[in-house]
Design a protein around this ligand. Structure first.
Ligand SMILES: N[C@@H](CCC(=O)N[C@@H](CS)C(=O)NCC(=O)O)C(=O)O
Length: 231
């Protein structure tokens, strides 16, 4: 039985996992839960993930959510090389640091600033912009400190999968990254050197970009957390 991958369109953490599965050549069966259908909020899906979030994998009965945990599991369970999730303690620590940074700070602030206002009744605020800029500045500094081609080492690691999909959200809303030259360089290097992986992410630039002027009609959705825009 192949691995089951529960995902949804243009979801950055889902795209990170899909890149990882592709990189590792792990066959998977995609279960695409259309976000607007609200299926991920059903009690049936809560049996798979009580947090009612995507992505989730089911690897022969082993169910796992939280995209960072999934990336770490896949890289350990289906290793393809020594570089994607290095065994060297310090290199691995840097990869883990970038994953934590993405979850707690980089994607968090980008999501609040760039993604949530596309979907829900939130405004972009001066504070969410400030926090996004601080996160960008931090990431630019990390790239400067390591002097590496990729986010943690000179090779693609699982951390790049997350940081690329987070940065993609800013590209979708045409955010100017010129104040962060090392991020610009890293992001364009990733696209150029990993076309098969970038191909997974690229359509979401258009999908999220389309939502800037065409907000989705979620008026029938009863969301437990987010305020729904009245259509
Ligand atoms: N920390 C989680 C975040 C997952 C997450 O927030 N996924 C979104 C889609 S991008 C979701 O399913 N949200 C549920 C909702 O909005 O109802 C991870 O990295 O997997």
């Amino acid at each position: 039985m192949s691995l089951k991958f529960y995902s949804t369109v243009a979801s950055p953490p889902s795209l990170a996992v899909q890149q990882c599965l592709t990189y590792l050549d792990v066959p998977f069966e995609l279960e695409d839960l259309l976000y607007t259908s609200g299926r991920h909020m059903s009690e049936e899906f809560a049996k798979i993930n009580p947090q009612k979030e995507l992505p989730v994998i089911d690897d022969n009965g082993f169910q796992l959510s939280e995209s960072n945990a999934i990336l770490q599991y896949l890289a350990d369970k289906y290793p393809k090389d020594q570089t994607l999730y290095p065994k060297d303690v310090k290199e691995r620590a840097l990869v883990n640091h970038r994953l934590c940074f993405d979850l707690s700070t980089y994607y968090k602030h980008i999501c609040d600033y760039a993604v949530n206002p596309l979907l829900f009744d939130y405004q972009k605020t001066p504070l969410s912009l400030k926090l996004t800029r601080i996160a960008l500045s931090n990431f630019n500094t990390y790239l400067e400190r390591t002097g590496t081609k990729y986010a943690a080492t000179n090779n693609v690691t699982i951390a790049d999968f997350q940081l690329v999909t987070s940065t993609m959200c800013l590209e979708a809303i045409k955010f100017d990254l010129s104040d962060y030259p090392l991020i610009q360089k890293w992001y364009s290097t990733y696209k150029q050197e990993n076309p098969a992986l970038w191909k997974i992410v690229e359509p979401s630039v258009q999908i999220l970009g389309y939502l800037v002027n065409n907000p989705p009609d979620l008026s029938k959705m009863e969301h437990p957390i987010h305020p729904i825009r009245k259509s």
